[in-house]
Design a protein around this ligand. Structure first.
Ligand code: CA
Ligand code: CA
Ligand code: ZN
Length: 322
């Protein structure tokens, strides 16, 4: 009798608590059933809300790397760091010690800003944003002398990942080796903001290497709230071997970076205090201010120490030839 009474009295309280916690968590991570916020107008399209835009995949179209690939790259990176340490070097190259030459290829649909023919001041602004974002890392970015090309081509202007247009554009325009950043600005189809290739992809497909971003995502562009240049920062993060902070969801390996707390799904907007993976294994709030999440440009402010170390190893292994 005692046990029955105990369970009938205690159980509802416990369930109510659990339901409340679950509901709060769902609301916090933007997964309530009805309220995902107001309609989101972006780049000539209207989405039911910002979550729908994020769910559309347009925020970033960089390919997903499989667990197997991740393990290979991370074994190589661990070996690289251990060899440095054995030689008496610091695990990571010095801050600002790696200069990355940058080519910017402005693909447009004709003359004028409305056709994506962005002015030099926005290109300089993007390079400044990269240098500021990567200030605590080994990487510095410098535009190659006369390193801006301008091409009018309607098909290339609307290119999307994996298409003939992308191959043609990059084959024609790309300059430099594995360590040279080729940044293409265009107006990709499907409302895409950008995509990048990973360092380890270079040897198999050198011509595909580089970063593509929506022209109006550059600083001063019209792609609010993604117009402070941090689409460029995020994609260059991929280009240096970083994954999304929400990769792997609530798992202990996740993005293969130890100091970015695990995250169940992409964050959007700037949800302060979001904590989508909870419990002993998942201490720490979601890394919503990290450049490798999907939050607004104004919300993203940092790379972590372990991301820096990861990017350094990936660069040294696969991009050391400029
Ligand atoms: Ca992590
Ligand atoms: Ca957490
Ligand atoms: Zn991404």
């Amino acid at each position: 009798m005692f046990c029955v009474a105990g369970s009938t009295l205690a159980a509802p309280d416990h369930d109510q608590d659990e339901d409340r916690v679950k509901a709060e968590l769902k609301a916090q991570i933007g997964e309530t059933d009805v309220d995902h916020g107001p309609a989101f107008h972006f780049h000539g399209k209207t989405y039911p809300n910002k979550k729908a835009f994020i769910d559309s995949g347009a925020r970033c179209s960089t390919r997903h790397v499989t667990d197997y690939e991740q393990r290979l790259h991370d074994e190589d990176a661990t070996r690289y760091r251990n060899e440095r340490l054995l030689s008496g070097l610091a695990a990571t190259q010095g801050t600002g010690s790696v200069l990355i030459p940058v080519w910017v290829h402005v693909i447009n649909n004709g003359a004028g800003l409305a056709n994506g023919d962005i002015p030099q001041i926005q290109i300089d602004g993007q390079i400044a944003v990269l240098n500021s974002a990567f200030a605590s890392t080994p990487f510095r970015f410098a535009l190659v002398l006369n390193g801006v090309t301008r091409t009018t081509n309607a098909a290339w202007y609307a290119m999307t990942p994996g298409t003939a247009a992308e191959t043609q554009a990059k084959t024609a325009l790309r300059r430099g080796g594995a360590g040279t950043l080729n940044l293409y600005t265009a107006n990709p189809g499907q409302g895409l903001l950008g995509w990048a290739t990973f360092p380890a992809d270079y040897s198999n497909a050198p011509n595909r290497d580089g970063v593509v971003v929506l022209f109006s995502s550059l600083p001063g562009g019209e792609a609010a709230p993604y117009n402070l240049g941090d689409t460029g920062t995020h994609e260059v993060g991929h280009w240096l071997g970083l994954y999304h902070t929400f990769q792997g969801g609530c798992s202990t390996t996740g993005d293969q970076v130890t100091d970015t707390p695990a995250e169940r799904s992409a964050a959007f907007g700037c949800p302060n205090g979001r904590d989508s993976c909870v419990g002993k294994k998942f201490t720490g709030l979601d890394p919503i201010t990290n450049f490798m999440d999907y939050t607004d440009d104004s919300c993203m402010v940092q790379f972590s120490g372990a991301q820096t170390s990861r990017a350094d190893a990936q660069h040294a292994l696969y991009r050391s030839v400029p």
